[in-house]
Design a protein around this ligand. Structure first.
Ligand code: SF4
Length: 728
């Protein structure tokens, strides 16, 4: 008899409920869970891929060690011992900074890996800490830290109540709502806005899949979004439409906003962005006079050269129209586990130290991942010689992936916690594979910070792993325990660390969750007679527990020392001359005649980088195709299906062309996380659908100077036709 297991899909922050029919250890189907509190049965195509990953013969089950260039299976004990001995030896000889840690983006989707971030950083005690955040969302965290006092104090659009939704660089139809957890298909909520008499306006260099659900779409030249936002703010002030609203007494530096933007005039903004002055002024007035409104942007704004400024300007627009912490505007979820205050030091920090080679400031005790390669490759004191890489495929996801791979080849030792031998882990000396996605319990510790409603769900594991099989929590926990013992400087300290390590084995993910819920905002705390949210309640409610609509939380919820919102942090204002120099004074920093196109990235409906192991998701016509505007295609004599070579300052790739007017002239568009062409991997499905890696042409030397985020959108390139048959 088959059974049904209900679970929250962990693949993205949308957090849809899925129902998994299974029998005798086999998965029969994966569908949407109609009773799920958030998604109500809606899902995207991706979770069916989990079925393939669960049974994929290429997925590792035992630790692997590279011997004479080939991976062989070894025991867990040997793997843990060798890993921690090597890491401790490097640090003893060269200092703590000689070992770096890198946590990929999927760490945030995985409670076990997430709970070990802090202990791992404590034992590594290195300034060389890197994560996928600096390729993706650092500008958001940076702005939240400087304006609100906490890097994770996420502003989330109240899409269910807003009357005017202005989106930039975001494609909810395909992303399903990045940093805005709504359940799949958030574009269906656009209908509600339109039925309320409201409007949805999209600004993007591509007429994306979301555009057809919007009332308006405007092309914008890549990396000029900050100018468009400045145009809106200037109009709102000049028309007398700015208002402080309820939070007025709790906002500081309001008076600095207008003077800071005085050097930018609307006619030039219109000329550079490609959006007419009339449209900029009209959208500004519509936004400011709408009953409620919200301005929201995602990767198109954060993964570009002016990501920090874009995110600050969006916050300002919501603030000066009194759409901040108000229903229908930007709001803040109240998560069942208080992830903000639970970890000491999680608020953020800035410039307490700098990177060794190019002198980049840390943010939140992390350095930009774009400098990791140079920190490994540049000789001298403090050079990185050892790397702990967790749940990330930097070779395909970091800027200038080929250089990053070259750097990995120069390490003395690398350990990867990952279930595959992929483009990155093939460089490791040891690979420690965690159990599969259905062989561990799940709670979205991090992504509830993007909730559009307040809710919580817990899912126990569905299958017992093959023995011995360890979760990420257990693997990284064991590394931490053994590494700490090996680093202890004398026998007494070693004994103490051993005892603490033995005790820590009793702390399970479930124990931490139970405590987090009890002492969270819906829990009973220390009062034994009070009823509150518990882990048992979540266990009894597999479709999730609804905890209410978002409520106003400011000013009490602010983390700034003076309990004020800083509307114009000085550090952010100081970045405005860079924007002006680029677009008003023409300081491009590259040859604009030679590199005459700007490339942007796009998401695709059926894939994420770590789902290229699923045959069901990657089958069919190639996904990794280049969108070219007919005007640009004609200039290069390109026809549909031709192979073209894209060249940037750091490399070249070859891709098949699709001619479409859904990208604006001067812009080409390619999906990222492809490029499964490297030798020595063990991932037959991915290798059968190789594509090309966008990150072989993104430039590690170019980043958002303010936040250190890598630049993926708006990379200058040239495009040429090549005479070659299309690869299937
Ligand atoms: S949108 Fe798709 S991948 Fe994301 S949580 Fe929902 S079903 Fe999973």
């Amino acid at each position: 008899m088959s059974e049904i297991h209900y679970r929250t899909c962990h693949l993205c922050e949308t957090m849809c409920g899925i129902s998994i029919e299974h029998e005798g250890g086999k998965i029969l189907s994966i569908k949407g869970d109609p009773k799920h509190v958030l998604s109500k049965g809606e899902i995207c195509p991706k979770p069916i891929g989990l079925q393939d990953i669960h049974i994929d013969p290429d997925r590792l089950h035992k630790p692997m060690k590279k011997v004479n260039g080939k991976f062989i299976e070894i025991s867990w004990n040997e793997a843990f011992n060798e890993t921690t001995s090597k890491l401790a030896a490097i640090q003893r000889k060269y200092g703590n900074n000689a070992v770096a840690t890198y946590q990929g983006r999927s760490t945030a989707h995985n409670i076990g890996a997430l709970l070990t971030v802090h202990p791992l950083r404590q034992v590594a005690n290195t300034q060389n800490t890197y994560t996928g955040s600096t390729v993706d969302q650092q500008p958001h965290n940076f702005v939240w830290y400087f304006m609100l006092g906490h890097q994770f104090m996420a502003t989330v659009p109240n899409i269910d109540q807003t009357d005017y939704f202005l989106l930039l660089g975001s494609n909810p139809k395909v992303s399903n709502g990045a940093m805005m957890s709504t359940g799949a298909n958030p574009h269906k909520k656009f209908v509600g806005i339109q039925e309320r008499g409201g409007k949805v306006v999209l600004i993007d260099p591509r007429r994306t899949e979301s555009a057809e659900f919007c009332d308006e779409h405007h092309f914008i030249k890549p990396s000029t979004d900050a100018l468009f936002l400045i145009g809106l703010i200037k109009t709102i002030f000049s028309k007398g439409l700015a208002k402080k609203g309820r939070l007025g007494p709790h906002i500081k530096n309001w008076e600095k906003i207008q003077p800071a933007l005085s050097n930018f005039d609307l006619p030039t903004i219109a000329k550079v962005t490609g959006i007419s002055q009339h449209d900029i002024e009209r959208i500004a007035c519509e936004f400011a006079t709408s009953k409620t409104a919200v301005c929201y942007g995602r990767t198109g704004l954060s993964m570009q050269k002016f990501g920090g400024l874009c995110n600050w300007l969006m916050m300002v627009i919501n603030l000066i129209t009194a759409n901040f912490d108000e229903p229908g505007g930007m709001m803040f979820p109240t998560t069942a586990i208080d992830t903000f205050t639970a970890i000491e030091g999680a608020r953020g920090s800035y410039d307490t130290y700098r990177s060794r080679v190019s002198n980049r400031p840390e943010f939140a005790m992390e350095l930009p991942v774009a400098v990791l390669a140079e920190e490994i490759m540049t000789p001298g004191k403090g050079k990185i010689r050892g790397l702990v890489a967790i749940a990330g495929n930097g070779a395909l996801s970091m800027p200038n992936g080929k250089l990053f791979e070259e750097a990995l080849g120069q390490l003395d030792f690398m350990v990867a916690v990952d279930p595959y031998i992929n483009e990155t882990t093939r460089h490791a000396d040891i690979i420690l594979p965690p159990v599969g996605p259905f062989e561990k319990s799940h709670y979205d510790l991090f992504y509830h910070t993007y909730d559009t409603i307040n809710w919580a769900a817990y899912n126990p594991r569905l299958f017992k792993p093959e023995k011995p099989g360890y979760t990420d929590f257990e693997i990284i926990g064991e590394i931490v325990r053994r590494w700490a013992v090996k680093k202890a400087s004398n026998p007494l300290k070693k004994l103490k660390v051993r005892l603490l390590g033995a005790l820590s084995k009793f702390i399970t993910v479930e124990f931490i969750l139970a405590m987090g819920l009890r002492f969270g905002p819906y829990g009973s705390g220390i009062n034994p007679f009070k009823k509150g949210l518990t882990l048992n309640i979540l266990k009894e409610n597999p479709h999730g527990v609804f905890l209410g609509k978002p409520k106003r939380i400011l000013p009490e919820g602010l983390f700034t020392n003076d309990k004020k919102i800083d509307a114009a942090p000085q550090l952010i204002l100081a970045d405005l001359p860079r924007l002006k120099a680029r677009w008003f004074e023409g300081v491009a920093g590259y040859n604009e005649e030679e590199y005459d196109l700007l490339i942007i990235s796009r998401l695709t409906e059926r894939t994420l980088g770590w789902l290229h192991h699923s045959q069901r998701l990657v089958k069919g016509p190639p996904t990794c195709t280049l969108f070219v505007n007919p005007h640009d295609a004609k200039n290069r004599k390109l026809k549909e299906g031709d192979m073209a070579c894209i060249t940037s300052a750091v490399g070249s790739i070859e891709v098949p062309v699709v001619i479409t007017d859904n990208v604006m002239p001067g812009v080409i568009c390619l999906p990222h996380a492809w490029g499964h062409t490297r030798k020595g991997t063990r991932q037959r499905v991915a290798n059968a659908h190789p594509g090309a890696s966008l990150n072989d042409i993104t430039d590690h030397n170019v980043m958002d100077e303010l936040t250190g985020n890598a630049v993926v959108h708006g990379v200058p390139v040239k495009l040429e036709k090549i005479r070659k048959k299309i690869q299937a």
